[in-house]
Every structure is written in structure tokens, then in C-alpha cells.
Design a protein around this ligand. Structure first.
Ligand code: FUB
Length: 316
């Protein structure tokens, strides 16, 4: 199919009015976690660097920004797992949230001394860094969560600040965990809870919280190969009601890892696929960020996202 691409060459700058998926093609970009700050979208990703026959090979996180959802500016890598003195590497999924002018980056990486994945927190005065370890130790290690025996259940943190200012962290693999954060954003204020399995049917990983009106949405990756499902609640702590699928599986990737934001009047579904063709061939360990529109039904349920190769239109 012929791709409509309107490009205006501005000396060394190339500006596109229409996107294509994957949305970023200078590097492989997995696990997109978008935020909106001062009318700009910032997206935090892990860089896939696997050779064709390798599994996850991820040494750094990257940041990109956009003001039109089509043209993405690279801000390089302001933080990598080994910037945590306690981490041995693996830049798995993370999420940044702003509170009182500081940006907290909740991350997944491997722990040097506690077997398994761990969640750390880095902090910065700017969404593009520089970031530094906010605690000097991991916030969550595998020995703190016992709902499953696997060593990779403490992954994929997703932070959320409710209308009352209270911050929460969700995360997990096979089990969905959540805990209240203290005002300092780097310690828990109370115990770690487990969302009952029947409230997040088929939960695999990648929880993401967003709120629309008085409804909380907990979206997540389900099954394997993954699709995206969601549950809703009238409270950040549940109970959650399973609502079904938001998205079918991502093309050419076992994982999909979604993030959902509103920006300039529309709702966007960020995810990754294995569809990058140039300069390298994509796949399950060579993933690339894609963006499509997300629409709601009148009753607040979410319509199935149509995954496209055309992507979204530029917004002003
Ligand atoms: O990118 C590494 C892992 O793959 C993420 O933490 C999961 O969500 C899955 O996308």
C-alpha cells in the first residue's frame, strides 16, 4: 500500500505531518511509557540491542519527546541500570512520573545480590535527566514478594498519582502487585498487596493505570504471546472488574507492553511491535514503539484498538 507521507525539508531538519508505525526508527525502542508534561509528550523506552539469535539484550533506557505525536526528538540515554550501584543490568520496563517538580523513574533491572529482577527509583529535576539513584538501594526485591515463586515477578512498575495527591505503584508478572507510596515517592507507606487473579484475568505483566472521569482503568498484558486486556474500578485499590481485550497481539512480537495517555484532545495507545524493517529486522527481542488511537464507548468501556502501519496524524 502506498504510504502517504508529507515531508517538508527544513535544512537539516525533516518534519513529517503524518506518522508511520513503528513511530521511532533510529533505534529499537521497547516498553514505551509516555507522560505529558508542559504540553510535551515524553516517552521512556528500553533499548533492544539483541542480535538476531539472542534473547533480551537491554543495556540502557532512552527518552524521546514530541509536541505533535509524529516527530520524535531523541534525548539519548539519561540513565542505565548499572547507574544503580546495586544493579547488574537489564533495562526492562519503567515509568516516569512527576511530583512537585521532580521526575521519578521507576525501573526494572536485575539485582546483584538478591536473585531476580528488582524495582529501582531514579530522580531528576527534568524529564530528560540527568537522573540519579534516588535511594541507593532497590525499592522492591524478589524476596519481598511471595505470591509466585518466579524471580521475575517484580517488573514493569507503573506509577499513578490520584486526584487527592496520593501516589501508588503497580507492578508484576503473573501476579499484579500494588503499594501506596510515601510523599517522598521513594518508600512504600504500608504493605504490598496482590490484586486477586479473577480481577485481572490472565494477567501476564505490564500493568498501567489511567483514570477517566471517576473510573480507574488497569490495563495489562495478558497471555503469551501477549494481547492487552483491562479491568476497571471506582477506586485505585479495587475491586477491579475484568472488561476484556483492548488489543490483539502485536505484529512479530511476543510482547506488546502498552501505555495510554490523553494529549491535545485525543487518547493514544502506545505499544511495541517487531515490525522495524530498516536498518535492522525487528522481532520479539528487537522491538519498536508504535502508536494508534484509543476510543471509548459511551458507557466508558474501551473499543478494541486497531493497530495500523500508518500510525497517527500530527496534532498542533
Ligand atoms: O522488555 C523486557 C520485558 O519484556 C518487559 O519488562 C516486559 O513488559 C516485556 O515487554
Amino acid at each position: 500500500m502506498k504510504k502517504l507521507l508529507t515531508s517538508i525539508a527544513l535544512t537539516s531538519l525533516s518534519f513529517s505531518a503524518v506518522a508511520a508505525n513503528p513511530a521511532i526508527t533510529d533505534k529499537f525502542t521497547a516498553d514505551p511509557a509516555p507522560i505529558v508534561h508542559n504540553d510535551t509528550v515524553y516517552v521512556y523506552v528500553g533499548r533492544d540491542e539483541a542480535k538476531p539469535d539472542e534473547g533480551y539484550t537491554m543495556h540502557e533506557w532512552l527518552v524521546y519527546s514530541s509536541t505533535d505525536m509524529v516527530n520524535w526528538k531523541s534525548h539519548g540515554s539519561p540513565f542505565k541500570p548499572t547507574d544503580f550501584s546495586w544493579s547488574s543490568g537489564s533495562a526492562w520496563a519503567g515509568h516516569v512520573i512527576e511530583k512537585d517538580g521532580k521526575f521519578y523513574w521507576y525501573t526494572t533491572s536485575s539485582h546483584k545480590t538478591v536473585k531476580g529482577k528488582a524495582i529501582g527509583v531514579a530522580v531528576s529535576d527534568s524529564p530528560t535527566g540527568p537522573f540519579k539513584d534516588a535511594r541507593g538501594s532497590a525499592l522492591v526485591t524478589n524476596d519481598m514478594t511471595k505470591a509466585t515463586d518466579i524471580s521475575w515477578d517484580d517488573i514493569d512498575p507503573a506509577a499513578f498519582i490520584d486526584d487527592d495527591g496520593q501516589a501508588w505503584l503497580y507492578w508484576g508478572n503473573q501476579k499484579a502487585y500494588y503499594a501506596k507510596l510515601k510523599d517522598n515517592m521513594i518508600e512504600f507507606d504500608g504493605p504490598i498487596h496482590v490484586v486477586p487473579d479473577e480481577q485481572v484475568k490472565g494477567f501476564t505483566e505490564a500493568p498501567w493505570i489511567h483514570k477517566r472521569g471517576d473510573t480507574y482503568y488497569l490495563s495489562y498484558a495478558t497471555g503469551f504471546p501477549e494481547k492487552t486486556a483491562y479491568s476497571t474500578s471506582k477506586s485505585i485499590t479495587g475491586p477491579w472488574k475484568y472488561q476484556g481485550l483492548i488489543a490483539e497481539g502485536a505484529q512479530n512480537s511476543n510482547t506488546i507492553h502498552q501505555g495510554i495517555i490523553d494529549y491535545k484532545g485525543k487518547t493514544y495507545f502506545f505499544y511495541h511491535t517487531g515490525m522495524m524493517q530498516h536498518p535492522n529486522t525487528g522481532g520479539s527481542f528487537r522491538r519498536s514503539m508504535a502508536i494508534d488511537y484509543l476510543y471509548y464507548n459511551d458507557d466508558g468501556t474501551i473499543k478494541k484498538v486497531i493497530q495500523t502501519s500508518e500510525g497517527v496524524k500530527a496534532v498542533k
